[in-house]
Structure formats: C-alpha cells, structure tokens
Design a protein around this ligand. Structure first.
Ligand code: FES
Length: 110
C-alpha cells in the first residue's frame, strides 16, 4: 500500500503554520488551508470509516459535494473537513461510524 503523500504544498507567501491535534497527536500544518487539505498533505490516508461497511474513506471533491470528508472537528461530528480552515489548537478526529444528533445538535453517540 502506498504510504507517501499524494499531494505537495504550494508555496505560500508567508510559510506560516498552525498546530492542530489529529486523533490526539499534534500536527503542524500550513495556515490558511482546509482541514482536509492539511491532512492529505500530511499523508493521512483516511478521514472516516463508512458506517455500514467500515471501509476507510478520504476527501474526494474538496468542494463540499461528496461528503467523503466528514470528521469530528472541535467536538462537532459530521463536519465537512474540506469546508473548514485550520486554526491553531483545533481538535480534529476521524469519524468512525455514524453520528447521532438530538434536535439542537447535541451529540447522543458517535
Ligand atoms: S471532500 Fe467532498 S465534501 Fe468534502
């Protein structure tokens, strides 16, 4: 299985980075890019598991259409990682299975 990243960073004007937490591990990523792009750039091979088959899934369209990038971001499950920019201290987790919500968005289980 290929393990090296399929993506390369485009040189940014300032080269600034932020540190996020991905599955409880610190990860330094370029500032100003999406969570999905940051994780792909870091070589992360999947960001969630299919709730039925448990197959690993990864961001695909990078524009909010396919929903393959659903992750838990800052405690909020089922967040489209391609539509959220990285910020210092952000906590990101893979989403394994379906997340259930109460009416006001409160999580019952994930
Ligand atoms: S990668 Fe397709 S919706 Fe996020």
């Amino acid at each position: 299985m290929r393990t090296d990243p399929l993506f390369r960073a485009i040189k940014t004007a300032h080269g600034e980075t932020v540190t996020i937490t991905f599955d409880d591990k610190p990860l330094s990523v370029p500032a100003g890019i999406s969570v999905a792009a940051a994780l792909l750039l870091a070589g992360v091979d999947h960001t969630r598991r299919n709730p039925v088959s448990s197959e690993p899934r990864a961001p695909y369209c990078m524009m909010g259409v396919c929903f393959e990038c659903l992750m838990e971001i800052n405690g909020q499950p089922s967040t489209q990682a391609c539509l959220v920019s990285v910020h210092e201290g952000m906590e990101v987790r893979r989403q394994n299975g379906a997340a259930l919500f109460q009416a006001a968005g409160e999580v019952l289980s994930a």
